[in-house]
Ligand binder design. Structure first.
Ligand code: NAG
Ligand code: NAG
Length: 375
């Protein structure tokens, strides 16, 4: 028969760069159930948590001095021992050329020591009710919200709220001056001591951050992920609970000194010495909202695009879509799944097996391989 023997040549591997797995290679999907300690390359990818408030659009529905100069005074405890002239009193004026007299709400997200301030209740009891709204311009997963007061105590009764659409708001956390007011004002059993959470979407009421002290520069830390049951590997419930485009701080009662409380409750505001009522207002030096893009465990980067004012997920794991929320075309071998802290759940291409036999007098070439589709 032939002169030279046919050369059996079996090519089992056709390396298609960047195009997924090859037949015969162990697939990660077949290795389940996963061990608890997943190797880093097996885990989902998550973007860094950033302060999203600095890029937000922020509004407040009342600001000190918005209709011209107003006097306010700082809260100090022993008023009677004050010198007669009021060294603790200052002027706010939104129309002033002097930036030190203006306290717009943008001061709360500018990263500086400047602050926002509300009109004092000398202007009317309705100034207990002031609302601050942040629009983050797109939906993010919010990990925490930190509010820092400036030259007044922290707010007394208030609700931290979130919204996806700017119309329907849901509470994240209630704050009340006393545990009793959690029940009487908000009809919620108070959570005593430092805030703790029994469920991923539990909305608590706490008086922990509504104390009168410190009189200035107090802070309020609200954690939406840490301390919740599935914090280490967030459940769909926790993901939903922490999703927000709008964050609202609905202030409903200014914290007053106990000595002033009775007087304010039982007398006409006009009868009260203005030195007392001018001391009561809200102030906010800083609002931070730590959060990240929602990329469902499939992106480790989410850069901000100044052209669109939006951040976008840099999708990996063969996922596509604004939130990496579907498999890219051609990578539908398995249904899309969110990556988690433990498992990456990447999308995989359709396996196409082929066999190519070349007949030649001198060569018998058999290529048997498979590749994943790449489009
Ligand atoms: C601010 O808006 C809230 C509604 O969120 C309202 O209840 C409150 O009266 C408003 N405050 C002022 C001073 O207009
Ligand atoms: C992005 O936001 C800035 C500041 O709010 C604004 O001036 C600019 O017009 C916005 N750009 C787009 C494309 O919306």
């Amino acid at each position: 028969m032939g002169r030279a023997p046919w050369l059996p040549l079996l090519l089992l591997a056709v390396a298609l760069s960047r195009c997924g797995s090859l037949l015969g290679q162990p697939r990660r999907s077949q290795q389940r159930p996963q061990q608890q300690q997943a190797a880093p390359q097996q885990r989902g990818l998550f973007p860094a948590v950033l302060n999203l408030a600095s890029n937000a659009l922020i509004t407040a529905n009342a600001t000190c001095g918005e209709r011209g100069p107003q006097m306010y005074c700082k809260l100090v405890e022993h008023v009677s021992r004050q010198p007669a002239r009021n060294p603790q009193c200052r002027i706010c004026d939104q129309r002033s050329r002097n930036p030190n007299l203006r306290h717009p709400i943008s001061n709360a997200i500018d990263g500086k020591n400047t602050w926002w301030q509300s009109p004092s209740i000398q202007n009317g009891i309705e100034y207990h009710y002031v609302t601050i709204t942040l629009d983050l311009r797109q939906v993010f997963q919010i990990a925490y919200v930190i509010v820092k007061a400036a030259n007044s105590p922290r707010p007394g009764n208030w609700i931290l709220e979130r919204s996806l659409d700017g119309n329907n708001y849901e509470p994240w956390q209630y704050h009340a001056i006393t545990d009793t007011e959690c029940l009487t004002r908000y009809n919620i059993t108070p959570r005593t001591g430092p805030p703790s959470y029994a469920k991923d979407d539990e909305v608590i009421c706490t008086s922990y951050y509504s104390k009168i002290h410190p009189l200035e520069n107090g802070e309020i830390h609200t954690s939406l992920i840490n301390g919740r049951p599935s914090a280490d590997d967030p459940s769909p419930t926790l993901l939903e609970f922490t999703s927000a485009r709008y964050i609202r701080l609905r202030f409903q009662r200014i914290r007053t000194l106990n000595a002033d409380l009775m007087m304010l409750a039982h007398r006409d505001l006009n009868e009260i010495d203005p030195i007392v009522t001018r001391r009561y207002y809200y102030s906010v030096k800083d609002i931070s909202a730590g959060g990240m893009c929602i990329c469902y465990g499939h992106a480790k980067a989410c850069p901000f695009n100044p052209a669109t004012n939006r951040s976008f997920c840099a999708c990996e794991h063969n996922t596509c879509g604004e939130s990496c929320n579907r498999c890219c075309p051609g990578f539908n071998q398995r249904p899309w799944q969110a990556g988690t802290f433990l498992v990456k759940h990447e999308c995989e291409g359709t396996v196409i097996a082929f066999l190519l036999i070349v007949h030649h007098p001198n060569i018998k070439l058999i290529i048997a391989s498979s590749y994943t589709t790449c489009i």
